[in-house]
Design a protein around this ligand. Structure first.
Ligand code: ZN
Length: 74
């Protein structure tokens, strides 16, 4: 269950929605305060739960590699 490492699971706040985005970067669906949103650390964007689930399944292995490389920038 390490695949979640390349996404940050957050609850949407007014702050995030106003400063960053009000829509999912993948499907452009509305994000609302209180929703679970997922910050994609590889692409620096927020995703809704549906797109997160799909991407996470597709990119499972790739995610783990990139997560290690990403550590260089942390
Ligand atoms: Zn979406």
């Amino acid at each position: 269950m390490n695949s979640a490492q390349c996404f940050v699971d957050q609850i949407a706040t007014n702050d995030i929605l106003q400063r960053v985005t009000k829509v999912c970067s993948e499907c452009y669906g509305d994000l609302k305060v209180g929703d679970h949103i997922y910050y994609d650390m590889q692409n620096y964007r927020y995703l809704c739960h549906i797109c997160y689930s799909e991407l996470n399944e597709r990119m499972n292995e790739e995610c783990e590699v990139i997560d290690e490389e990403g550590g260089l920038f942390a």
